[in-house]
Design a protein around this ligand. Sequence first.
Ligand code: ATP
Length: 513
Amino acid sequence: MANNDDQFKKVISHAKEYGYVFQSSEIYDGLSAVYDYAHNGVELKKNIRDYWWKAMVQMHENIVGIDASIFMHPTTWKASGHVDAFSDPLIDNKDSKKRYRADVLVEDYCAKIEAKIEKEVKKAAKRFGEAFNNDEFLNTNPRVLGYQEKIKTILSRLGKSLEKEDLADVKALIEELEIACPLSGSRNWTDVKQFNLMFGTKLGASAETAMDLYLRPETAQGIFVNFLNVQKTSRMKIPFGIAQTGKAFRNEIVARQFIFRMREFEQMEMQFFVKPGTQKEWYEQWKETRLKWHLSLGLGKDNYRFHDHEKLAHYADAAADIEFKFPFGFKELEGIHSRTDFDLKAHEEFSGKKLQYFDHEDNQSYVPYVVETSIGLDRMFLAVFSNALVEEELENNTTRTVLKLPAVLAPTKAAILPLVKKDGLPEVARQIIDDLKWDFNVIYDEKDAVGRRYRRQDANGTPFCITVDHDTLENQTVTIRHRDTMEQQRVNISDLKSIIKQEVDVKSWLMKM
Ligand code: ATP
């Protein structure tokens, strides 16, 4: 079986080879942590976005959508706390001129000690053979215990220093551990500084009058500043939600892992406004609802887990992540945050405008509390895509590469294949396409033997292949082949639409929630 690194490499190369994701500006050697979606990728991304939008907006009477601008008045980011507190600790190496996240340097150092533990385990397992007991070895071997203690001490000091904003101690720790620049081997470090993750830009034609702006680092603030406008024009009563999908930008210092951590990415967020005091119930309810949404796609229950935050952001009174098992381990996919009245209150204070709701039942005004659900569209794409890519052993000792995307999300729903390029079969295939294309994304493929075309569509993630043969001309039937089971059925052309619809219809998938 491929190890996780190999599996992840396969995911990245398959995404490129089959037109899902390209490195941005590849002909110029790319731009770090920026990616483009290709002809299949753009469809998969759109289908994930639609699946989210339908579940959140269309299916909830009390949730409406908006599409706010990426640029916002700069005071927005003072009020939200991003100007002061949206940062990571960075350190530069004076010789190599390379920049690192100070916390990541220390964590990588610990990962090396972790690797030493693994080496000891392997050595011992070989020495003791069948008598080897992994847990006992880890709990008793003096060398291993020493390594574990060292990791604990280092990480606890790092955590405390970061919490206290004691950046001098973070640097002292790096020096004491004699951590060298991975590139140059040099230990000539600058001081540790906080680095704000927001991208700045300027609005205005002349240098003197230009206004400093930021590219939004999250979509949420576009919803908060519009809260009252939306509430009044939509005549929503609390509790109600506002949903939005759109680009966000973060100048991540260490951006690796393909589309998991990008500098330009897309979020799908929903802010749910509730009566103060009821936020805990709504928080629990949204955690459950969002997990059900994930499970409805059938990527496997065991691939999800909740991670409750112990250290809360300045605005939150409860927060949890839904983590997904990516090829590189369990990592955050979505956040559910109980944000209190922090944001609306801060915008009231900075703008001098009231952002309150008049509750007719209680006959009083208040600043609502907010429970938000926030998921990265690109991370969801990676979750779906990496989970779908499998190498399958077949009965005749061959293998096939198949992208088992949930049919509702697949870019192309069916490929129409004339068995041969003559005898009028292509014409019939075209007629089928002309009918089906009103309802589904379908493609025509006549190149190569039909078996190779099936494999190509398997790797492309297409749930159905429809083959037109000589019998079709006689009796108006075709063969429909199912991607996952490889089963083939003979069906009437007139039944194709309903057969496909049943499997790709959003309703039948969301009903599983
Ligand atoms: P992380 O801890 O991974 O940096 P975060 O806690 O900063 O993420 P949030 O601010 O809660 O993330 O953003 C909500 C969601 O947006 C995340 O759950 C994730 O899916 C997505 N997201 C955040 N940063 C990025 C990024 N750089 N690239 C892609 N998606 C991202």
